[in-house]
Design a protein around this ligand. Structure first.
Ligand SMILES: [Zn+2]
Ligand SMILES: [Zn+2]
Length: 311
């Protein structure tokens, strides 16, 4: 139709050049659909206005064609921090990514064990996601040997630590008392002595649990010692049964392996625990119910000598 309009003089050579310059192989089909409406509108315009109108049409045509094509499947995740120090997570995943996450969350979830408050499926998935991330952070640099790389930094005053209050991350994210206490149980401590904003002194980093002690506790406990939980050692921390702040010593007779969830749980109000001479771990929940677990390697005496080999 444009060719016919050019031939019969409805469109000038300048107008035709302005039209042709703005039609590509990609938009040709769409122009063919539109030209019957467009040529009568363009014909009275000066060539410069035709060029301007055609540029607008070309941009709209490209957009319309892009929208019509099937979108490449994409995944998005949004993590945003709220004012109360909580986080909001939402997003969408393509089929394969969703399957990967679903499988990992399914495998990482652990059922509630007797005596602890039961969790909704959503709470179990959230715990599982954090466990997966913690496991990645603890193992990413030296998968075979070093399991406890620092991955969350928390700043706390000595008074707050002793009083069971929380601390905060360098970016201001608050960490509550029980969560901080569970980190302190098995962490690397850096002492910094401040006067206002002046650093007076600082010490070398101290690991609260040495690699040797960790391995000894793993040999005895094998997995989380909360009754009914089988979260493996590589996912667990060492917990001071009598808390270090209360003078509990850092030695095998005061240390047990606990998964992150049960570790934080035992630092919450109302929970108490005891480790007996034969390694039985006795937990009392806020309702006064008692749950006991025995070390899986509770062998007849004399105990075999066990070795930890790192390859
Ligand atoms: Zn602890
Ligand atoms: Zn556990």
């Amino acid at each position: 139709m444009t060719a016919a309009a050019a031939a019969n003089g409805t469109l000038s050579a300048g107008q035709v050049r302005a039209i042709v310059a703005n039609v590509t192989a990609h938009t040709m089909g769409l122009f063919a659909e539109h030209e019957a409406d467009m040529v009568p509108l363009l014909a009275p315009m000066p060539a410069a206005d035709v060029a301007s109108a055609m540029r607008t049409w070309a941009a709209l045509a490209e957009d319309a064609l892009d929208e019509g094509e099937p979108a490449e499947p994409s995944s998005r995740l949004h993590l945003s921090k709220s004012l109360e120090g909580r986080w909001r997570l939402d997003g969408g995943l393509d089929a394969l990514s969703g399957k990967v996450l679903d499988t990992a969350l399914g495998l990482a979830q652990r059922p509630d064990v007797e005596g602890e408050p039961s969790r909704s499926p959503g709470e179990r998935r959230a715990d599982a996601l954090v466990d997966i991330c913690s496991f990645f952070l603890a193992h990413r640099e030296h998968p075979s040997s070093s399991r406890h790389r620092p991955h969350v930094d928390v700043i706390v005053t000595l008074e707050d630590l002793r009083a069971g209050r929380g601390g905060e991350c360098p970016d201001g994210t608050p960490i509550d008392g029980p969560a901080l206490a569970s980190l302190v149980c098995h962490s690397t401590m850096h002492r910094v002595l401040m006067a206002g904003s002046v650093i007076l002194d600082y010490g070398t980093a101290t690991k609260t649990i040495s690699a040797n002690l960790f391995h000894a506790v793993v040999v005895r406990d094998r997995h989380c010692r909360f009754s009914g939980c089988d979260r493996p050692a590589s996912w667990s921390d060492v917990h001071h049964v009598v808390h270090a702040e209360d003078g509990g010593p850092t030695c095998p007779s005061n240390c047990v392996l606990l998964c992150r969830r049960h570790h934080t749980r035992l630092h919450r109000k109302g929970w108490s625990a005891e480790l007996t001479d034969d390694g039985a771990f006795v937990v009392t929940n806020p309702d006064g119910r008692v749950f006991t677990s025995h070390p899986p390697g509770n062998r007849p005496r004399p105990p075999p000598e066990l070795f930890w080999a790192t390859g």
